[in-house]
Design a protein around this ligand. Structure first.
Ligand code: UN1
Length: 493
């Protein structure tokens, strides 16, 4: 069996304890991907020390030179895109056309980070006083801890790692225990691109190890994507220890379809939004809000198409929807279906594990649609992270918006309508960080701010130029060339 190690200070090393864990292919649990280092506090200490030492060198490398390395990172991801996509599919399940998209998002992020290193603008502003100049510029912060989920095993880490390093920080990265191989490849690529030793470190392991990263006094920033439960715990610790943290947590995203919408287009949108990545995106469409005039008709259209989706291993050609991540996730989907029906939901299609014997060794769940869900129902309010879509009826446009906003999360929201005035009102009223008009709730682009309001986040935005706000600190400089003491607010008034 293949063995995979940690990457610390430019070296591939076993966990200090020598312990390992196994990871399995969710499309076939008999396929063991490999044996991975099971890191603990001692490994965190080693990685953070390496990152802290490397920071003293890396922060002084001119930003455009750091950008040159980021460009190479993008080139290598491009070269390895197809091969890497297959590795990702094997460990987390989604079809290869999706994992290729996942890698593409990292490529886009790498080139964006490279170009941004020549554009880390600050402001130069006149002083209140003569012969004095005021300016401000961004400075790197130090060691950044990156903790991510398995569903976008390359793209989401890249959103944090690449801007953090481009800005002059160093990183200790903990990939998900369900996607450790992707973390190993990330390190291979950074090494080949010439990222100096210690600047990027990867620790394989489980959640408790992430806790050591968050608590380590020399980790100054934590970038987290994952469940609301864990994210809130991280936020508490970081608040107490006065660390910056960026949290990207749950979602319960809704697509509204109004009576005047292009229904075929809205249908394509919801199929992709709800069942793409087997519903396992933080941006996934998990609520569909249909105007009453098209409610029955649209559910019919959706049922027919959902039942035709090709389900299978992501490595097989033609597969449209892969497995969920593990057995626990299957049970979770089953449980939500059971609760939804008990509470008065109507099962339109799906609702159970796939019965196809060819898929018996994997974690396959049918695309599931439950109609007549109301805002009182559990399924309307809780994130499932699987292919289970709740459908609710809206009496009017205002009701549709109210339903959309009846949600403790606020990542992504969508509306399908041809009425341009209504579309703009929706953009104004929908309480999410990302809003789509005539497009599904998934599909954010790497150069735009990404993140949510309410229970989804803590105010930061990854992606685009806003990622640099997470990973830099402002320094304000007053440069007095008057050769005299000029007392602000006193001598000039
Ligand atoms: C996630 O699910 O954590 O917008 C990220 C999207 C993708 C990113 C999803 N580009 O759906």
């Amino acid at each position: 069996m293949e063995k995979f190690k940690n990457y610390i200070n430019g070296e591939w090393v076993d966990a200090v304890s020598g312990k390992t864990f196994l990871n399995y292919n969710p499309a076939n649990l008999k396929d063991i991907i490999g044996e991975f280092a099971l890191s603990d506090k001692a490994d965190v200490d080693n990685a953070v020390k390496a990152a802290k030492d490397a920071f003293e060198m890396w922060r002084l490398v001119p930003a455009p030179k750091r950008g040159d390395i980021m460009r190479k990172v993008g080139d290598i991801f491009t070269r390895r895109k197809v091969e890497l996509a297959r590795i990702m599919t094997r460990e987390m399940g989604k079809p290869t056309f999706e994992t290729e998209g996942d890698v593409q998002e990292a490529i886009d992020t790498a080139y964006y980070a490279a170009s941004e290193t020549r554009r880390l603008f600050g402001n130069t502003v006149p002083s209140e006083m003569n012969n004095k100049m005021n300016l401000s510029f961004r400075t790197p912060i130090g060691v950044v801890g990156v903790i991510t989920a398995w569903n976008f095993p390359i793209a989401v880490p890249s959103w944090k790692i690449l801007p953090a390093i481009a800005a002059g920080n160093t990183v200790v990265f903990k990939p998900s225990k369900d996607a450790p191989h992707s973390g190993v490849i990330f390190a291979e690529i950074m090494e080949e691109a010439g990222v100096p030793k210690g600047v990027f470190n990867v620790l394989l392991g489980k959640g408790s190890m992430g806790d050591h990263i968050v608590h380590h006094p020399d980790v100054r920033v934590v970038g987290f994507t994952g469940s609301t439960n864990i994210g809130c715990q991280i936020g508490e610790v970081c608040g107490r220890l006065n660390k910056r943290c960026s949290l990207e947590m749950g979602g319960k995203n809704a697509q509204i379809v109004m009576e005047d919408a292009n229904l075929e287009l809205a249908l394509e949108g919801v199929l992709w939004g709800a069942f793409g990545t087997t519903g396992q995106r933080c941006t996934a469409t998990s609520r569909l809000i249909l105007h009453k005039d098209i409610y029955d008709k649209f559910i019919d259209m959706l049922k027919k198409r959902a039942e035709k989706l090709v389900i299978g291993p992501g490595l097989e050609k033609g597969t449209e929807m892969g497995p969920v991540i593990h057995e626990q996730s299957l049970k979770n989907c089953e449980n939500y279906v059971k609760i939804a029906i008990e509470e008065g939901g109507r099962l339109v299609t799906g609702g159970k594990r796939c019965s196809n014997p060819a898929l018996a060794d994997g974690c396959f769940f049918e695309p599931t649609i439950i109609a007549d869900v109301t805002d009182k129902h559990t399924l309307f309010n809780e994130e499932v992270f699987g292919p289970v879509l709740a459908v609710a009826k809206a009496e009017s446009f205002e009701h549709a918006i109210a339903l959309q906003n009846h949600c403790e999360y606020g990542l992504s929201g969508s509306i399908y309508t041809k009425d341009v005035n209504r579309a703009w009102v929706a953009v104004r009223e929908i309480q999410t960080g990302i809003c789509y008009v005539n497009a599904p709730t998934i599909g954010a682009e790497a150069h735009m701010p990404f993140g949510g309001v309410k229970g989804t986040g803590n105010g930061h935005r990854e992606g685009g130029w806003t990622a640099f706000d997470i990973f830099t600190e402002w320094k304000t400089v007053y440069f007095d060339y008057s050769d005299s003491l000029q007392r602000a607010q006193i001598d000039n008034y």
